[in-house]
Every structure is written in C-alpha cells, then in structure tokens.
Design a protein around this ligand. Structure first.
Ligand SMILES: NC(=O)C1=CN([C@@H]2O[C@H](COP(=O)(O)OP(=O)(O)OC[C@H]3O[C@@H](n4cnc5c(N)ncnc54)[C@H](OP(=O)(O)O)[C@@H]3O)[C@@H](O)[C@H]2O)[C@@H](O)CC1
Ligand SMILES: Nc1ncnc2c1ncn2[C@@H]1O[C@H](COP(=O)(O)OP(=O)(O)O)[C@@H](O)[C@H]1O
Ligand SMILES: [K+]
Length: 530
C-alpha cells in the first residue's frame, strides 16, 4: 500500500522538508535528475554502455530544472545532448534557473524545434506536477514531433508525460500529450499515474526515492485515514508468508479457524425465471470467497431453474419484501442484491427491507449490504430515496453508467476537472456509505473521504475482465469476504475484493468469462497463503 499524493500534497511535503532544514530544493532536483538517468539505464541497459545522443525538452518550471540536471549528467557520461527550452530561461524559478546556468556554462539551449541530428533518447522535462491547463500549441507540437534516431528512440517522461494532469489522469484539452515508454516520478506516485489516461501515456512507471523521508508505504493492516488516498497493492509481512498483510488479513479463512457460522452467512437475492445467472455468479463468488454458508433467494417460479444449477449454495423462494423478512435470521451477516434482480418497485422494496436489517442479538454489527446493478438503477428516478435507506455497513458498487444515474452531477461526462477520486468521495459522503466505482481504475471511498485506488494497469492490465457478469462476481466477492465475524471494515474488504477479482482474471488469462472467476480463487488464495 502506498499513499498517493496530489500535486499540492507533494509541494507541501517538499516545502516542509526544506523548511525543516532536512534538504534543499537544489539537492532534491539533483537527485531527481540523477534518478531519471539511473532508471533509463535500468530499463535500457544498452544505453548505459558507450555514448549516445539525447534530446532534452525543458519547461518553464522545476520540471525543466530536472531536465537540465539530466542533460548535464548525460553529457558528463559522454553523450551528445541537445537541450531545448519552452519559455524564457530568465524567468525560471530559482533552483531551475541555477540548474539551467550550470548546464548553459558549457552547452547551448535552443528554443523548441526540430532536432538536427538523430537521437537515442528523448527526455520530456516540460511539465510535471505544475501543469494547470492544456499544452500550448508549441509544446503540443514538440511532444508529438517524431525524432530521428537508431532502431528505436526511447522516450522518458520526468514525473509525468507533459499534458497529463497528475491529480486526475486526464489530458486537459483532450489532446497534446507526450507518449512515454517510461515515466519516472519522485517520492510517491500521484493519482494521475493510475487514473484514466495516465497508464496509457506513462508507458511504465518507476518511483524514485529522492530523500524526502518516509513515503507512506506499507499502510496495510489498518484502514485508510480520513481524507487520504492509497493504492491497494500487496503488502508482505516482515516475516512469514508473502502477501499476508494485504490482502491476506482480509481473507478470514486464511487467518482464523472456526465453524461455518463464524465465517458468516451471506444471502444473495436473485432475479426471476431466465434471469438468475447474475445472482448465481454472485452467490458462487461469495461462497468461494469464504462465507461459511450462502443462501440464494429467488422468486418461487425460478426455484427449479436455480436448483438445477446449484448444490453448495442453498436456495429459498422469496416472493417479496414481506417474505424476505420471514426468511432471514440474525445470523445473516452479509447481503448482496442487484445483479439480475430487475428494475422497479419490487427491487426498491427489497432494498428497503435489506437496508432496514440491523445487528441481531447474536451479531456484533449490522450485516454488510452490497448494492449493485438493478438495486442502484431502480433508484435512478429518485436517488435521495436510496440514500435515505443506507447505513455505514452498506456499499454501492456501480459502474460508470450506474454511478451517473445516482450522481448525475458527478457523472463521467459532468466531471470536468474533478478526478474520479474526488467524485467517489463526494458520492460516498452523499450516500453515507462506502462507494466503489468500477473500472480498470477502481476507486473506493468512505464518507469521511478515506479513499483507495485499485489499478489493473501496467503489468496488471486485464482487458479480458471487461466481460459480462464480471461485476456480479465482484459484488458476490465483497459479500463473501464481508460475511465472517472477523472481516475488517468494509473499505478494506472492498480493496481486497478488487485485488482478488483482478488476480483471478490474471490467473485465468485471455478468454476468461465471468463463470471462470470464482473458480480461480482457490489458486489465488494458495498464492496469498504462501
Ligand atoms: N515537489 C518536489 O518535491 C520536487 C519537484 N521536482 C520537480 O518539479 C516539478 C514541479 O515543478 P513546478 O511546480 O515548477 O511545476 P512544473 O510542472 O515545472 O510547471 C510549472 C510551470 O509551468 C507553467 N504552466 C503550467 N501549465 C502550463 C501550460 N499548460 N502552459 C504553459 N505554462 C504552463 C506554470 O505557469 P503558471 O501556471 O504559473 O502560469 C509554471 O511556470 C515536478 O514535477 C518535478 O519534476 C523535483 O525537482 C524534485 C522535488
Ligand atoms: N479494462 C478493464 N480492466 C480491468 N477491469 C475491468 C476492465 N473493464 C471492466 N473491468 C472490471 O470488470 C467488472 C465489470 O463490471 P460491470 O460493468 O458491472 O459488468 P457486469 O454488469 O456485466 O457484471 C468490474 O469489476 C470492472 O472493474
Ligand atoms: K514531464
């Protein structure tokens, strides 16, 4: 787990370290530039041998300052280096100006334009965390300009590919961005490296330590703090099996013993005749995830169909909300509804009945409630009616379409400069419960602004997970992981579910259909258990 910092938080961290006398801006810039060169040599070892040629594009701020350090370092190693600048060197901020002058003492600086000779490496040090608006025309042309070179010209971005907003992962203006093979960022990654267009334009991401102190790594074991944002990624304990802390700690059967009721009873409410597949996927995932027992409730007419398809999952007929009340007892610890349930009044009344259930005499806390798909869409005409029913042990798991129906002002098309993280934080605050907004970049937030980003990008990309029913499996996974008495709080359960979902998809590989996902879980669990 790594804390992800916005541009403002990064600036504040840097300023605090400088104010405390722990470092200087110049020292940080020198380390940043050197770290980029080291990362280039690591990625392309051939470039670390012999002299090559580079084009370094420098911008008007401190990102440009890093560029001058890189130019000097490469030249000292014998490279032929061409440096071009956007803007006026006389107006560079002080540290960048100093690095410019160190370079300019023995090398020329030209304005942006075509590069005369061929190059092996293009360095984008135009804009980093300071990008505030779309790239000016001259810069957009410079980042798009093809470079002449050998077999392959490698492209490295300093902190960010210029044109990418590091807070949002958006490309302001929609076009004009450096397409990098490698992006080297400093201290911690930023949300934009993982959100939206970020991964596609960053190529590969490397985070370099520049001596700013603790970078907020290894935050697992406890839930995220209010207002913070972390990356949901495995954390290994100092001793013992790998991946034990995250996600291992969220998988009850890896950590505890007990009888089946200790691992909880998950209930999945499924749809009518011919529409039960989604509910069955969720139920199977809940059982595989570790719920002690899973019961599926379906309309009486669908009983036979479901009975023919399921064995370990128990089955009961449930006509309506009234019947529901009679069917569940206080040993039910997690409920999941929405997949295949149908849009309309019946679903709304079932949601109301499910959300009204509270901790019974034997349970320590309210049952977890996972609301997905039709349970969300049924409230599109009146989202406030849904929010009035929700409690903190509820989690909404929309995709972007469902999210837009409940939160029209936060929909993808209405977000403008707002990041997906901010949108989900607002949604969670409004709903009063955890919200998980799906995608290759899955964002999870709690009403107090604690947030987590799970990214299936870079070497964890699983485009084959975009398959019908995958979301139903995720909803069931959350219910199954939330059911045990020892389950952590919901936001941690959701982080683990998102990670396991993608690991199951990675373990299966291309060709995956939703049915395959629950049955890949044992293999993933074996790896987690070490
Ligand atoms: N923080 C740290 O710990 C460390 C940071 N380091 C490095 O510093 C970088 C951040 O530096 P930074 O703050 O100077 O921002 P940067 O990205 O150079 O751009 C700012 C300039 O661009 C301008 N500008 C913005 N958008 C524009 C546009 N579309 N079109 C035209 N102009 C535009 C903006 O002008 P303004 O918006 O003020 O008019 C301002 O002049 C960071 O990414 C990293 O590489 C490292 O050295 C190590 C330690
Ligand atoms: N390109 C992708 N990379 C990784 N995960 C993806 C991608 N596209 C979709 N997913 C995941 O697949 C699931 C799809 O869910 P959803 O849209 O609700 O589909 P359905 O309703 O058919 O089950 C979500 O968990 C989402 O995060
Ligand atoms: K850059």
């Amino acid at each position: 787990m790594t804390e992800l910092m916005t541009a403002a938080q990064m600036r504040a961290t840097e300023e605090a370290a400088i104010a405390a006398g722990r470092t200087t801006g110049l020292a940080l810039m020198e380390r940043a530039g050197r770290a980029v060169v080291a990362a280039v040599f690591q990625r392309w070892p051939a470039l670390s041998e012999g002299a090559h040629a580079a084009l370094v594009l420098c911008g008007p701020g401190n990102n440009g300052g890093d560029g001058f350090v890189i130019a000097r370092r490469l030249r000292d190693l014998g490279w032929a280096v061409t440096v071009q600048i956007f803007g006026d060197a006389a107006r560079l901020p002080p540290d960048a100006r100093r690095m410019h002058d160190l370079w300019a003492a023995s090398g020329p600086v030209a304005p942006l334009g075509p590069c005369e000779g061929g190059v092996d490496l293009v360095v984008d040090a135009l804009f980093g965390t300071g990008l505030t608006r779309p790239l000016p025309q001259a810069v957009a042309e410079a980042v798009a300009r093809p470079s002449r070179g050998g077999d392959q010209v490698q492209r490295v971005a300093v902190d960010a590919p210029s044109g990418l907003n590091l807070d949002t992962g958006a490309i302001p203006g929609g076009q004009g961005v450096f397409l990098a093979d490698l992006t080297v960022t400093f201290h911690t990654a930023k949300p934009g490296h993982y959100l939206g267009a970020g991964p596609a334009v960053c190529g590969q991401l490397v985070c370099a330590d520049i001596g700013l102190g603790g970078s907020g790594g290894n935050l697992a074991g406890s839930p995220p703090a209010a207002g913070s944002l972390r990356l949901a990624e495995p954390v290994t304990a100092d001793t013992g099996p790998g991946l034990r802390v995250f996600p291992g700690a969220a998988i009850a059967k890896l950590a505890a013993t007990g009888h089946k009721y200790d691992f909880g009873h998950a209930v999945v409410l499924a749809g009518g005749v011919g529409r039960g597949g989604a509910g069955r996927l969720a139920a199977r995932a809940a059982l595989r995830a570790g719920a002690g027992l899973v019961t599926m409730l379906c309309p009486p007419a669908a009983l036979q169909e479901n009975a023919a398809r399921m064995d370990a999952v128990m089955l009961r007929a449930c006509r309506d909300a009234e019947a529901f009340e009679a069917l569940v007892d206080d040993r039910v610890t997690a409920l999941c509804l929405g997949p295949g349930l149908g849009v309309g009044e019946r679903t709304r009344s079932l949601v109301a009945a499910v959300c009204a259930r509270r901790a019974g005499a034997r349970a320590g806390r309210d049952p977890a409630v996972v609301l997905d798909a039709d349970a969300l869409t049924s409230f599109a005409p009146a989202p406030d009616a849904l929010f009035a029913l929700l409690h903190p042990r509820c989690i909404l798991t929309p995709h972007e379409g469902e999210f837009g129906r409940l939160f029209p002002d936060l929909a993808l098309s209405a977000r403008a400069g707002m990041s997906k993280v901010e949108a989900v934080r607002h949604a969670a605050a409004r709903a009063g419960c955890v919200v998980l907004l799906k995608g290759a970049d899955t964002v999870i937030a709690r009403p107090d602004g604690a947030a987590s980003l799970h990214a299936a990008v870079y070497d964890r990309a699983v485009p084959w997970l975009a398959t019908a029913g995958a979301g139903d499996v995720l909803a069931g996974l959350i219910a199954g992981l939330a059911a045990p008495a020892s389950a952590p709080e919901l936001i941690c359960v959701a982080e683990a579910a998102a990670w396991l979902h993608v690991e199951a998809a990675r373990a299966f590989g291309p060709g995956l259909i939703a049915e395959d996902l629950p049955d890949m879980l044992p293999e993933v669990f074996r790896r987690v258990a070490g």
